[in-house]
Design a protein around this ligand. Sequence first.
Ligand code: FDA
Length: 306
Amino acid sequence: MESVLRNAFLFLSKNQFANRTAKKYGLRFGARKFVAGEQIAEAISVVRELNTRGIVATLDHLGEFIFTKEEALESKDYCIRTLEAIAAGGVQSNLSLKLTQLGLDISYDLCLDNMRQIVAAAQRLNNFVRIDMEDYAHNEATIKLFHQLRSEYGATVGLVIQAYLFKSEEDMKQLNKYNPNFRLVKGAYKESPMVAFPDKVDVDNNFIRIIEQHLLQGNYAAVATHDDRIIEHVKRFAQQRGIPNSQFEFQMLYGIRTHEQQSLAAQGYTMRVYVPYGNDWYGYFMRRLAERPANVAFVLKSMFKK
Ligand code: FDA
């Protein structure tokens, strides 16, 4: 039953008609639990509230179904405005983004040009941009673009590495010369067993392996997971190997395991919450429901609340 629901929500997340309708009617059906709001001001006030509780953030201006150059340019402007709003609001947050939002499916050069402008703005504002990793079809182009930006802008830009891909360990070796700041995740997309570990236990083992390797190389790791077992492992590993807390952080998604987020911050770890905002909330919301169909009960309740 769970896998039927998961596939149904993943299917719905790709429905452009539903996406357009959702945009028109605004945040509904409990999406506010996972999405900070439609406007930048709402997102900044959510970040400010997190900051008061000792939690930092990474803001993501949601954007789906980008097919034209104009849409990609608009998305780029939103990213720059988000960086400016972070600086103006004096809140502690960096920026996360997806390259398809910035035109990767339209043209590599258009996307690179947009990214140069965003990363240059981040550098000017003394901030940081994290490139999310999307599905396998975009993996090579994303890594190529990261190489390019990293050599031009240094540590202002970071990348995500997915533990479920066979190739990730080799990619990390190739990128190690930069002493990169990686967000390490299990991986969220439906991939072929030709390219990704099909079994969860292998993904989890590889996740632990790449986190350990990255830390032992002396690099900064953002460990993004809601999985207690992995979090406890990382804490123990860092303690045993004398890796300081300043060399890693934990990351979770807005609205998920908020109690654990607070507890990690209280223990003195850097806890960063991924805060999405914008009117393109529908696809992101469907993917969160796909990840954990138990959240559907929450949504049903919110639909019947006045
Ligand atoms: P997993 O799904 O195995 O869950 C482990 C345990 O965590 C569960 O048993 C449960 O106890 C708890 N849990 C998980 N989800 C929960 C929920 N919704 N509510 C309550 N408890 C829950 N992926 C990607 O491919 N590219 C990317 O760029 C990113 N970026 C990213 C940023 C951040 C900040 C996070 C947290 C995650 C990502 N991801 C991602 C998603 C990631 O790849 C992965 O799909 C999800 O984090 C789910 O995997 P977990 O590691 O949480 O473990």
